[in-house]
Ligand binder design. Sequence first.
Ligand SMILES: Cc1ncc(COP(=O)(O)O)c(C=O)c1O
Length: 429
Amino acid sequence: MTARVQQILNHMSTNEMNGVEAELWKGVPLAPPDSIFKLTAAFKADTFKDKVNLGVGAYRDDNGKPWVLPVVRKAELILLNDPALDHEYLPITGLPEYTAGAAKLILGTTSPAIIEGRAVSVQTISGTGANHLGALFLSRFYKWNCAPRVYLSNPTWANHQAIFKNVGIEPVNYPYYDPKTIGLDFTGLINALHVAPVRSVFLLHACAHNPTGVDPTREQWGEIAKVMLEKKHYVFFDCAYQGFASGDLDNDAWAVRHFVEKGVPLLVCQSFAKNAGLYGERVGALHVVCANKETAERARSQLSVLQRSEISNPPTYGARLVALILTNEKLFEEWKRDIRTMATRIISMRKELHRLLTEELKTPGTWDHIINQIGMFSFTGLGEEACKKLIEKAHIYLTNNGRISMAGLNSRNIRYVGESLDRAVRGEL
Ligand SMILES: Cc1ncc(COP(=O)(O)O)c(C=O)c1O
């Protein structure tokens, strides 16, 4: 066969294959892009020199740059120079020093659940992976009263809906945010707990609620725990911002620890993306608190089976970093300082924005929610139209529900943001 004939034959078979492929995927509907990633792409494409990105859920320093925590830099150097480290697979449930340290961090060093050996901890692909594995585990093994259903706060992190739907659990809303007070609809929440069928599954944000920045008070958490127990509900805690709410890791774990102490059946999804700035390293954990050691072992065995079929075993790098920080007293203290640095900067941005709007610009409306809300995000109370104007006219990027990331503010852009918000509220943009 001549080279030319071979060339023609190759060409024909490639075309035929393309034909089959086109046929096969023709019916696949085009999905809309993820709204946050779309917002980031629009921000990047914007050439305006004073543009501001308040959409992204990642910490930025006062220069608007990603911040590698100094403690992480130190831990990286230690790992780099450790000749004992290899690239072998981790156990299916993850690096044992990491999962043990992560459990203590969220449940508390003296947690009865840990001491009694009834907390099962599995390393996951960050908080998203923990949510997925937790949801998958419930979809297989939870004693559902009726069709599998999870109650999510209205609003919640948008991915929650998709994660539960993926495993055949129907998401339904419970009241959480009250637009009239720009605060918690506590009566609506408690009422939803009462009217839900017994043994319902409720997802609660452990602290620094995303997207509203509105958390229950300790007294309210106490009430919530009581009704959970009365109704035998199951709590699916999502804890993606431990340390970001108050700057104190223990303080931010209070609700989870209180629920464990009261004996509410629960699991916790944990992420080190935000509090250790390890976003892309995907360091997370799922902790299932069981009634006793025997059921914990059963749960562990099934979680291992699920994990094996999905990721086989989790990645090493981020888990090693976090394990080192959690087990070395000096590094742990440094980490706590780094967390305080991030939380303090965010709180100072809240105060300055509040001062600008209330004292200097006298912007119509009440703005106390800016300082009362907690963590990385603030729900401004701005409507969709005002958000659109801020993006199009002021080049300030935020989600269309009025959520702004306080971490996107810094000493150089805060006045511009304050003045633009003021003009948006007055309808002058
Ligand atoms: C409420 C909530 N849960 C979970 C996550 C998961 O984050 P990651 O998978 O990056 O740890 C996030 C991230 O934005 C979040 O806001």
